[in-house]
Design a protein around this ligand. Structure first.
Ligand code: KIV
Ligand code: ZN
Length: 512
């Protein structure tokens, strides 16, 4: 069996999802989870795009040992130098440089001839090789490029030293047969050169990103670029979990393997969803809430008789253990830590204490504490976003014949602030009261709620998206009480907004 290398670009292309902006700390958290997942390469960001991204790539590069850390750069000297600098401390580093090769991109976006593009690409590879041993090249919009020019530029960059040739279907335009045949031509073009790996990077505009990637693998692609939960620019990228589980489940057909520790798929999916604020659709393959649920009576009957009647993969193979009653009020710290470690979280010190306290509080309110509850606790209590505002108390009055009102008390430092407001419903009233205390004038763009576990006392998880000017952030909160979860999510978004977008002077007026 041949190996398929997995390059995860959640932290770069995934971060290009509208509304997603990860802090350096959050990127590091995801990078560590990806390393545990055993991805071969982590594309950590685009250092020249902002000083924040430069710092994030630098932070990730200094901490990751197993996976190659990749930094994206246009074929512009300044981009390449920044990528090289950000990767300085990486154990294994790669610069990934790209320039568009399709007629429409070259003529209208770059305003350059194909000869000029080829020359720029070769120079960029030579410069990148001064910084890292491994250099990857992408002819952007490859699937809409003219094949003779595409092969010519690939040949030239490989001669200049590129060791990974990535074929992007940048706008998700291709179809499996067509894309596979393109990759076959590229493979033939570089086959005379040693150690050149052909890679693919597919977008999902027509819903074919995973199919295109797998078809390309059949014709010689040995690296697949993908993102957790398939997040990314527009309709997203090929989903890592779908690629990996297809290769594993249909080993008989593909005859390939990946190094991925599939038991980490579910925890990583949850973490990415939590930190990006992008919920996973319930019917999403592999990691969706319904992926292992059986509704029809005939299916349930079949599953009870033999699971393989309707289940082609087991929940435990992706780290989704049968939701068990794990612990209750009397469970100790040791058992708690142990269970978290089975779920893929290694916690120590303050983080462990905070999570344990939250677990104790939850077990007072909730009879049954499931694995999903524990995952949510970890997600909520292990990211270091300064908690400028903390919900202390919320009381709402509502009904079909009265004006809904909310009283909210919020802690800021050692002071408590209280406000009341009326609204169109209890949540609207609560948000107005919170706005009066926090004075940030954010507008609420999106609100969604879902039950995380089973039963009437299930934890409700609320996700909100808020905006001020061009800046958008998401927030999440959970509780057995959906109004409290809604208030927590909104306050979480406010704290994230302060952390990311509010300048120090203005920030002091909130923290002061
Ligand atoms: O989609 C694309 O073409 C890209 C390149 C930068 C690889 O993301
Ligand atoms: Zn892309």
């Amino acid at each position: 069996m041949e190996k398929i290398f997995i390059l995860d670009t959640t932290l770069r292309d995934g971060e290009q999802t509208p509304g997603v902006a990860l802090s350096a700390d959050e990127k590091l958290k995801i990078a560590k989870a990806l390393e545990k997942l055993r991805v071969d390469a982590i594309e950590a960001g685009f250092p020249a795009s902002s000083s924040g991204d430069f710092d994030a790539v630098k932070l990730v590069a200094g901490e990751i040992e197993y996976s190659t850390v990749v930094a994206l750069a246009r074929t512009v000297p300044d981009d390449i130098e920044k990528a090289g600098q950000a990767l300085e401390r990486a154990k294994k580093a790669r610069i990934h440089t790209f320039i568009a090769t399709s007629p429409v991109h070259m003529q209208y976006k770059l305003k350059k001839t194909s000869d000029e593009v080829l020359k720029i690409a070769v120079e960029a590879i030579k410069l990148a090789m001064e910084y890292t041993d491994e250099v990857e090249f992408s002819p952007e919009d490859a699937s809409r490029s003219e094949i003779p020019f595409l092969l010519e530029i690939i040949h030239a960059v490989v001669e200049a030293g590129a060791r990974v040739i990535n074929i992007p279907d940048t706008v998700g335009y291709s179809t499996p047969d067509e894309f596979a045949s393109l990759v076959e031509k590229v493979k033939d073009c570089v086959s005379c050169m040693d150690n050149v790996r052909v890679s693919v990077h597919c977008h999902n505009d027509l819903g074919m990103a995973v199919a295109n990637s797998l078809a390309a693998a059949k014709k010689g692609a040995r690296q697949i670029e993908c993102t957790v939960n398939g997040i990314g620019e527009r309709a997203g990228n090929a989903a890592l979990e779908e690629i990996v589980m297809a290769i594993k489940t249909r080993e008989d057909f593909f005859n390939y393997y990946t190094e991925i520790n599939t038991k980490q798929i579910y925890p990583v999916s949850r973490l990415v969803s939590h930190l990006t604020g992008i919920p996973v659709q319930p019917n999403k393959a592999i990691v969706g809430k319904n992926a292992f649920r059986h509704q029809a009576g005939i299916h349930q009957d079949g599953i009870l008789k033999k699971t393989t009647t309707y289940e082609i993969i087991t929940p435990s193979s992706i780290g989704l253990e049968q939701s068990e009653l794990v612990m209750g009020k009397l469970s100790g710290r040791h058992a708690f830590k142990d269970r978290l470690s089975t779920l893929g979280f290694t916690l120590e010190g303050e983080e462990l204490e905070n999570c344990f306290d939250a677990f104790k509080k939850l077990s007072e309110k909730k009879k049954e504490v499931f694995d999903e509850d524990l995952i949510l606790i970890v997600e909520e209590h292990t990211v270091r976003i300064p908690q400028v505002f903390i919900l202390d108390y919320i009381h709402t009055v509502t009904g079909n014949k009265i004006l809904p009102t909310a009283t909210v008390r919020i802690r800021k430092g050692d002071k408590l602030y209280q406000e009341a407001a009326c609204g169109d419903g209890p949540i609207d009233a609560a948000y107005k009261a919170i706005d009066r205390i926090c004075k940030l004038e954010l507008s609420l763009l999106d609100y969604s709620i879902q039950a995380v576990t089973r039963g009437k006392d299930a934890l409700g998880e609320v996700t909100v998206k808020v905006k001020r000017g061009d800046n958008l952030v998401s927030g999440r909160g959970s509780s057995t009480d959906i109004i409290e979860a809604s208030a927590k999510a909104y306050i979480n978004a406010i704290n994230r907004f302060l952390y990311r977008y509010v300048k120090e002077k203005e920030y002091e007026s909130y923290t002061g």
